[in-house]
Design a binder for this molecule. Structure first.
Ligand SMILES: Cc1ncc(COP(=O)(O)O)c(C=O)c1O
Length: 359
């Protein structure tokens, strides 16, 4: 993996399966590879954050319970404070879940292809990962999924809806059937749910299923990827156990302030989400017109099929357009994923695509 030589002490043997996360942060004019928002947060929010930061006592530890942030989030999502868990990005939320409910001798089940961190984060916490495949349409086969849960009995099942990289929503009835079948927890990662049609979230199932965990992030629709803020909603009994693994003062004073102010500006997110959804739908229509088989994405990105993904990826990058490729990922060898953002970015992507295909 690295050329740095042998460390004085060998790392944990089970970490051999964990590859460090790499997604190139290449200097392209149009960065359409990580599903960030090209729209910065609203100026009024930035002003409010700046004013609040001047009041923060940086010499003091922050509020350990981040009370103001939890209170405001609880109101927004209408879920009790003791059923919320906020951390530095939803990736850290997953880590806390697996430190608490995973670990040696326990397993997590994922349905690939999906978000790569759902493999590595459980493993970092010493949890074995069982990967179940999807059909060529990238959807979960409900019967096969239920059978896998029944036979393997994983402690934790992770779904992503809308899924990354396909953008497809998981069937609500399938999710609920899996939650019923699972003896342990089922996490539904809703990082992109704000871009999906109303009513797509499975949050409402939380009241009926004490083993369901729903995670969300401020990195996408909220346009705050740089802040690192994510959360989960679950039964308070789950959250109470997780308190064991939290480091004291885990949310910095700066993070808390940005989160609190962001929640006050929640209405501003909706307009931008609507614009991004329009671009996504335009990308789908344009790719369909070029017979590139785009997925019916409910997220802020679109996956599509091409005869030679590697060649096209290089050619797009030469033209300043960076998209996501999946070299060596089974089932995705001939697919690319492009983020939806500004109309000008879509134009640049389509122009580069047409130029390359016209070669
Ligand atoms: C499905 C999914 N979940 C979670 C995340 C990470 O979110 P965060 O920035 O909150 O750690 C991503 C980021 O791309 C993602 O695609």
């Amino acid at each position: 993996m690295s050329t740095a030589g042998r460390p004085a002490l060998a790392a944990r043997a089970d970490l051999e399966k964990v590859e460090p996360y790499v997604s190139p942060q290449l200097p392209a004019r149009y960065r359409l590879n990580t599903n960030e928002s090209p729209y910065p947060p609203p100026p009024a929010l930035v002003e409010d954050v700046a004013a609040s930061l001047r009041e923060v006592a940086l010499n003091r530890y922050p509020d350990r319970d981040a009370e103001a942030l939890y209170g405001a989030l609880s109101e927004l999502v209408t879920w009790p404070i003791d059923g919320l868990w906020i951390a530095n990005g939803s990736n850290e939320v997953f880590l806390h879940v697996f430190l608490t409910f995973g670990g040696a001798g326990r397993t997590a089940m994922i349905f690939e292809p999906t978000y790569a961190l759902h493999t590595s984060i459980p493993r970092v916490a010493g949890t074995d990962v069982i990967s179940v495949g999807r059909g060529p349409d990238l959807r979960i086969d409900r019967d096969e999924a239920l059978r896998a849960i029944r036979t393997e009995r994983p402690e934790v099942v992770i779904l992503t809806s809308p899924n990354n990289p396909s953008g497809l929503l998981e069937e609500r009835t399938t999710v609920e059937a899996m939650v019923r079948e699972a003896a342990g927890l089922v996490i539904v990662d809703e990082a992109y749910i704000e871009f999906a049609p109303d009513g797509s979230s499975v949050k409402d199932l939380l009241v009926r299923h004490p083993n369901l965990v729903v995670t969300r992030t401020f990195s996408k629709a909220w346009r705050l990827a740089g802040v690192r803020l994510g959360y989960l909603m679950a039964a308070p009994a789950i959250v109470a156990e997780m308190a064991r693994v939290r480091l004291p003062y885990g949310l910095s004073a700066l993070t808390q302030v940005v989160g609190e102010r962001a929640l006050e500006h929640e209405a501003d997110t909706r307009d931008v989400v609507r614009k991004v959804v329009e671009e996504r739908d335009r990308i789908v229509a344009e790719l369909r017109a070029r017979s590139l088989e785009p997925t019916e994405s409910a997220a802020n990105f679109v996956m599509f099929s091409v005869p030679d993904a590697s060649r096209l990826w290089d050619a797009l990058l030469e033209r300043g357009v960076l998209v996501r490729r999946y070299a060596g990922v089974p089932g995705l060898e001939n697919r690319l994923r492009v983020s939806a953002g500004l109309p000008a970015e879509t134009d640049a992507f389509l122009a580069a695509l047409d130029e390359v295909r016209g070669d």
